[in-house]
Design a protein around this ligand. Structure first.
Ligand SMILES: O=C(O)CCC(=O)C(=O)O
Ligand SMILES: [Fe+2]
Length: 285
C-alpha cells in the first residue's frame, strides 16, 4: 500500500487572473513549468555559479537528526564554506541541507538574476530564501510557521515534493507545539502497521525540475526530497485566510516561546512527551 497522493496539476505558463481563480482562491497547488525562462537565473543558476558568487561564505547546515531539546528553534547542526559544501554536494550523497538562507543578506548580487513575479499576491520582498540539498536528502514533513502562500522555484536537478493541506492534520501524527510530524515516518515508503492513520490522508505529489515553480497554498505541509543535488528559492505571500493568519500569529508569538520555555524547564522529557502525544492524539482522532 502507498500514500494516497494525487499528481499536482501542471501548466506551461499562467496569467495572474487564471492563477487567482483556479489555484489561489480554491487553495490548490500547481506547478508552473515555464514561468522563469526570461530570468537571468534560468540560465545562470546552478551549483557552479553559486560556488563562484558565494564560495567564501560560511553556511549553516542541517541534517536529519531528531530534534534535541538542547538545540534552539532552527539551530544549525554544522557550518562549512559554501565552496566546500558545493564540492560535497557534487561528490557524494549527503544529509546536509541549507535551510532558509536569506540571499538578500548573504549575496545581494543574486537579486539581479530574478524579479518578484506578479501572481496577484503581495510578495514579501525582504524574504527570498534559498534551500540546498544533496542526493537523497530530505526535509522533515512540516509547514511554515507563518502559514504563508509559498512559491518554490527549483534550480539544477530534480526534487520530489509531497504536500498535504491542514485538513489532513489529524492523520499525520503531528507533534504538538511544533510544525512537524513524527520524524520517524518515512514518507517515501511509510510503514502503515506502525502509522495506520496515514492511510486516511489525502495529499499531493510532484517532481520539480530546473526552472519550474511550485505553488504551495497557505499552511500546506511539505516534504521535500532531493533526488539529485540542487537548490530552490522560496518567495512568500502572507496568509489571507483569517484563520490561517490567526494561527500564524499564535505560532510566532505564543507557540514558539512556550516550546522554548518547556525545553529549558523539562529538557528531553518535553520532546519525548510531545512525540508520544503525536501518536495518542492521532489514534484518538
Ligand atoms: O526544499 C527545501 O529544502 C525546503 C523548502 C521549504 O521548506 C520551504 O520552501 O518552505
Ligand atoms: Fe518550509
Amino acid at each position: 500500500m502507498q500514500l494516497n497522493l494525487q499528481q499536482i496539476p501542471r501548466v506551461k505558463t499562467i496569467t495572474k487572473e487564471n492563477f487567482i481563480k483556479n489555484y489561489f482562491k480554491p487553495q490548490k497547488p500547481v506547478v508552473i513549468e515555464c514561468f522563469v525562462e526570461d530570468w537571468p537565473a534560468y540560465t545562470k543558476w546552478n551549483l557552479d555559479y553559486i560556488k563562484e558568487v558565494a564560495g567564501d561564505i560560511m553556511v549553516p547546515l542541517y541534517d536529519d537528526r531528531p530534534v534535541d531539546y538542547k538545540d534552539g528553534f532552527n539551530e544549525a547542526h554544522a557550518k562549512m564554506k559554501m565552496s566546500d559544501y558545493v564540492d560535497l554536494l557534487k561528490r557524494e550523497p549527503t544529509k546536509y541541507r541549507i535551510f532558509l538562507w536569506n540571499i538578500l543578506k548573504e549575496v545581494p548580487q543574486l537579486q539581479k538574476d530574478f524579479s518578484f513575479p506578479n501572481f496577484g499576491l503581495q510578495l514579501m520582498k525582504g524574504l527570498p530564501m534559498l534551500f540546498f540539498g544533496g542526493r537523497d536528502s530530505h526535509t522533515f514533513m512540516h509547514y511554515d510557521i507563518d502559514l504563508a502562500n509559498i512559491f518554490h522555484f527549483h534550480f539544477e536537478g530534480k526534487k520530489q515534493c509531497i504536500l498535504f493541506d491542514q485538513k489532513q492534520n489529524k492523520y499525520l501524527y503531528k507533534i504538538p507545539y511544533s510544525l512537524i510530524t513524527r520524524e520517524d515516518i518515512d514518507f517515501d515508503n511509510p510503514n502503515f502497521d506502525k502509522w495506520p492513520a496515514l492511510k486516511n490522508a489525502k495529499g499531493w505529489i510532484c517532481n520539480l525540475n530546473h526552472g519550474e515553480v511550485l505553488y504551495m497554498p497557505e499552511g500546506y505541509w511539505h516534504h521535500m526530497k532531493y533526488i539529485t543535488p540542487g537548490f530552490s528559492m522560496s518567495l512568500r505571500a502572507i496568509a489571507r485566510n483569517p484563520k490561517n493568519l490567526g494561527k500564524a500569529i499564535y505560532n510566532v508569538f505564543v507557540m514558539r516561546s512556550f516550546d522554548n520555555v518547556m525545553r529549558r524547564i523539562k529538557g528531553q522529557n518535553w520532546i519525548d512527551w510531545k512525540n508520544e502525544q503525536a501518536i495518542l492524539r492521532t489514534n484518538k482522532a
